[in-house]
Design a protein around this ligand. Structure first.
Ligand code: ISE
Length: 343
């Protein structure tokens, strides 16, 4: 039987998941859409015929039988949904970040460890992107020698309302914070932030772009340009510098057209298009795994690790110094044990 799924949060990402599950994913159906904004809930529910709308997750739990939940609210609202969902033993896909603070992330992994096995997968979709997977394989193969450095660009056309300086780290660079250890195979050990001249097109008071330096255990350095009001479109690229070669991903998503004296490609307008294929793979694998009683992707442990690095990053924005990252916990056997900090 299909996984009876609730989607909590009917914003851009939540609505996209409702449509994805209904049109492209097999083995799951959306039975509930939860959002306190009734119009938004109804608009998203219209994408999944037969689904019901609810104003809160509690009402959905009381009103309909559920096997699974996708949480696409802002990060600070994840824990109040994750904890009751864990109690019900639901399969959980939490959009990034796992939560908004380290303390909350710790409460979540503690609650999860009372169950027999991990139930939470975190929506770090870049791990399912073909480019990042190929880059990781290239690093593992050692073909071009050791990986020395990564140039990462993370560009958005504009920011949503209420987007703050710390959100540059906790909401946006959180993706590089997860994917850099995935590529390098090592945990991040320090964070430093440099602030160039401010983009006057950014909302007042938002000092960006910023350059975020993520250092891994053996000294690979990732330089992340976070630049989120650059107007022209959505662009996420990585250039990896090896001892005997360079590899680049993220620049050629569309057809190249030569016409009228120019060669051009279009730029994706948002993360929905840039990572559309990755989201499809992510959600299909999550659904398939849920049927087997497993997860198949980044866990709540990975979400916790990212929250520790993000904390150091927010501190580094304020201090201007290189801030060390200290992980208070060893990876529990529950999450597969082994290497600290790489998930
Ligand atoms: C947004 O929440 C995302 O997750 C996007 O991938 C990221 O590019 C954007 O900066 C975030 O605000």
């Amino acid at each position: 039987a299909p996984l009876r799924t609730a989607v909590v949060g009917a914003g851009m990402m939540g609505a996209d998941h409702v449509s994805r599950i209904t049109k492209r994913i097999s083995g799951a159906e959306v039975v509930a859409v939860v959002d306190p904004d009734t119009a938004r809930a109804q608009a998203a529910a219209a994408l999944a015929p037969g689904s019901q709308t609810f104003a809160s997750f509690e009402e959905a739990l009381a009103g309909v039988e559920l096997d699974a939940v996708i949480i696409a609210t802002p990060g600070f609202l994840h824990e109040p949904v994750i904890l009751p969902a864990l109690e019900k033993g639901l399969a959980i896909l939490s959009e990034k970040p796992l939560s908004d603070t380290v303390e909350s992330s710790l409460r979540i992994i503690e609650a999860e460890q009372k169950l027999d096995r991990p139930h939470i997968q975190v929506g770090f979709m870049r791990r399912f992107d073909a480019g990042y997977q190929q880059l990781r394989q290239l690093v593992e193969s050692g073909e071009q020698g050791a990986l020395l450095a990564l140039h990462c660009a993370h560009r958005n056309p504009s920011t949503p309302p209420n987007y703050s300086e710390s959100a540059l780290i906790t909401d946006s660079v959180i993706h590089e914070i997860d994917i850099v250890p995935f590529i390098v195979g090592e945990p991040i050990v320090s964070v430093e932030v440099k602030k160039p001249r401010r983009n006057s097109l950014a909302p007042e008071g938002l000092p960006e772009p910023q350059f975020v330096l993520l250092e891994t255990a053996s000294g690979t350095l990732a330089i992340v340009e976070i630049n989120v009001n650059i107007q022209f479109g959505y662009q996420v690229t990585t250039d990896a510098v090896f001892e005997s070669g360079v590899a680049s991903i993220g620049r050629a998503e569309t057809i190249q057209v030569a016409a009228a004296g120019q060669i051009g490609q279009s730029v994706t307008p948002s993360f929905k298009e840039r990572f559309g294929a990755a989201y499809d793979v992510e959600i299909q694998r999550w659904v398939d795994a849920a049927h087997r009683g497993e997860i198949d992707g980044p866990s709540a442990w990975d979400g916790y690790l990212a929250s520790v690095v993000a904390d150091a990053g927010v501190l580094a924005q304020q201090s201007g110094r290189r801030e060390p990252v200290t992980y208070a916990l060893e990876k529990p056997a529950f999450y597969g044990g082994a290497t600290a900090g790489t998930g």
